[in-house]
Write a protein that binds this ligand. Structure first.
Ligand code: PLP
Length: 483
């Protein structure tokens, strides 16, 4: 195989990638292929002699097409999907081509430096102390894990216990406290850390999913010893923020570590018009924030941020004598992440932040929030559509009621069924993509906006598609033939 041939395969991949990206706007959003048809398409015996790489790329791209969702496209509102700025994809391509194992400054000073600068910019935008340590990790799940590992280290150290050396067996009991509407990722992290997800003390939340400070105070009053409190910037369904000013004061009083899951919501800090929502979040001890969601870089990319770099480093640093260490001035990236070998995922973060600048980030965040309100206004203009949350950020949850003679049928089961039916119909329609969620025991449609590509026109088209599906279902239910 010649080098020239290798380049042909890269050019072909670029061509296919550009075709996919150019088609995002008009491509039906949901995949048309099923799991089984895709498995059948790709499944073949592993060949003895291998294949021509150009054929492999052409064939896999051709076969994959019907099985791809237009995920980086402008009308995917399920989960919190983010998007990809062209410059962040370009930087990601370079990251793969350079193939730098980004553990040390000494071996890849370029990538380590870009990551360190990107981290500094992020701290600045997020209004967090510039002295915090930052680890470039794969996602907010791992960012929460590392933040809570640093917390576990620090709260036990204060009680004279070295958890890194001696483990948890025989250690003073660590109490983890979280809001009852906290994200699943917090509970995974607690599980990985040997603290037990069932041992988490859950604090009552209000109807928007915000932790109630009085309930936290009551729980803290019952607890002695090492304590970690997990709060949230951006509830996954409502986008609501915990009251950080009160929570952080309670934590300080009690000597508890405050960790914040800000996977998408922490970016509110970058907006002069939205940062009142996250007031006091900078008073926490550690934070998790995704880059692959609202910063619109490709998967997988997130940051864990810790106020006390020593606690962070103690939890993740697996220093061995043969490994380089640049000392306190230029710290090697590997000391702040769980992995040893890894890609330079911070290069895309660097490229995205440098391209957007302060105004660009603020504009991206605010535009998504404005579009959420636009969609809200359109959806709730139709009788029978119920909004379940205050749309303060980019998240909204809706229910769809049955109507008889224009009157809402007030029956939770029938509303659940109608909401499910609308979601399914929208998924099949393929103009946009939405998913369902259970919120306070009720089935709902969750709409999340976090993609730079989404325009007002996309919102208008999507609202029309959602309301069209709902209308069609109402008419079908109303007609005696099909009931
Ligand atoms: C998405 C999300 C997570 C998990 O992040 P990943 O990047 O998917 O690992 C955690 N918390 C919140 C609030 C989220 O929105």
């Amino acid at each position: 195989m010649t080098i020239a041939h290798d380049n042909v395969v890269l050019h072909e991949a670029t061509r296919v990638a550009l075709e996919y990206l150019d088609g995002l706007d008009e491509r039906p959003v949901a995949p048309s292929a099923t799991a089984d048809s895709m498995y059948a398409a790709f499944s073949q015996p592993l060949s003895e002699r291998g294949e021509d790489p150009l054929n492999v790329i052409r064939d896999l791209a051709h076969k994959a097409d019907p099985g791809l969702m237009a995920m980086p496209g402008p009308r995917v509102f399920a989960w919190v999907q983010g998007g990809t700025l062209p410059v962040s994809i370009a930087a990601d391509w370079l990251t793969s081509a350079w193939d730098q194992n980004t553990a040390f400054y000494q071996t890849t000073p370029a990538c380590a430096a870009m990551e360190e600068v990107a981290a500094k910019w992020a701290l600045d935008l997020l209004k967090l102390p510039s002295t915090c340590s930052v680890g470039m990790v794969t996602g907010a799940t791992v960012a929460n894990l590392v933040g809570l590992a640093a917390a576990r280290h620090a709260v036990l150290e204060k009680h004279g216990w070295d958890v890194e050396e001696d483990g948890l067996q025989g250690a003073p009991k660590v109490t983890v406290i979280a809001g009852e509407e906290g994200h699943l990722a917090i509970f995974s992290a607690v599980r990985y850390l040997g603290l037990g997800q069932n041992a988490v003390r859950k604090i009552e939340a209000d109807e928007q999913g915000r932790m109630i400070p009085g309930a936290l105070a009551a729980t803290l009053a019952e607890i002695d010893g090492p304590t970690i409190v997990c709060a949230q910037a951006g509830q996954i369904n409502t986008g609501a923020f915990d009251p950080f000013v009160e929570i952080s004061a309670l934590c300080r009083e009690h000597g508890a570590w405050l960790h914040v899951d800000g996977a998408f919501g922490l970016w509110a800090q970058a907006s002069a018009n939205l940062c009142h929502l996250s007031d006091g979040v900078e008073l926490a001890d550690s934070w998790a924030v995704d880059a692959h969601k609202w910063l619109n870089v490709p998967y997988d990319s997130a940051m864990v941020i810790v106020r006390d770099p020593a606690a962070h480093r103690a939890a993740t640093c697996s220093i061995a004598s043969y490994l380089s260490d640049n000392g306190p001035e230029r710290q090697d990236p590997m000391h702040f992440v769980p992995e040893l070998s890894r890609r330079a995922r911070g290069v895309s973060v660097y490229a995205a932040l440098r391209t957007l600048g302060r105004n660009g980030v603020q504009e991206l965040i605010e535009r998504c929030c404005d579009l959420s309100q636009r969609m809200r206004d359109q959806l709730i203009s139709m009788p029978g559509v119920e909004l379940l949350n205050h749309v303060v950020l980019n998240q909204a949850v809706y229910r769809f009621h049955r109507l008889i003679d224009g009157q809402i049928v007030d029956d939770d089961e029938q509303t659940d069924a109608m909401t499910r039916a609308v979601i399914e119909a929208v998924q099949h329609d393929r103009t946009c993509y939405v998913a369902g969620v259970e919120w306070h025991g009720q089935y709902a449609m969750r709409i999340a906006l976090s993609n730079w590509r989404t325009t007002a026109r996309d919102i208008d088209r999507s609202s029309a598609a959602i309301l069209g599906c709902y209308k069609a279902l109402l008419e079908r239910k109303a007609s005696p033939v099909s009931t």
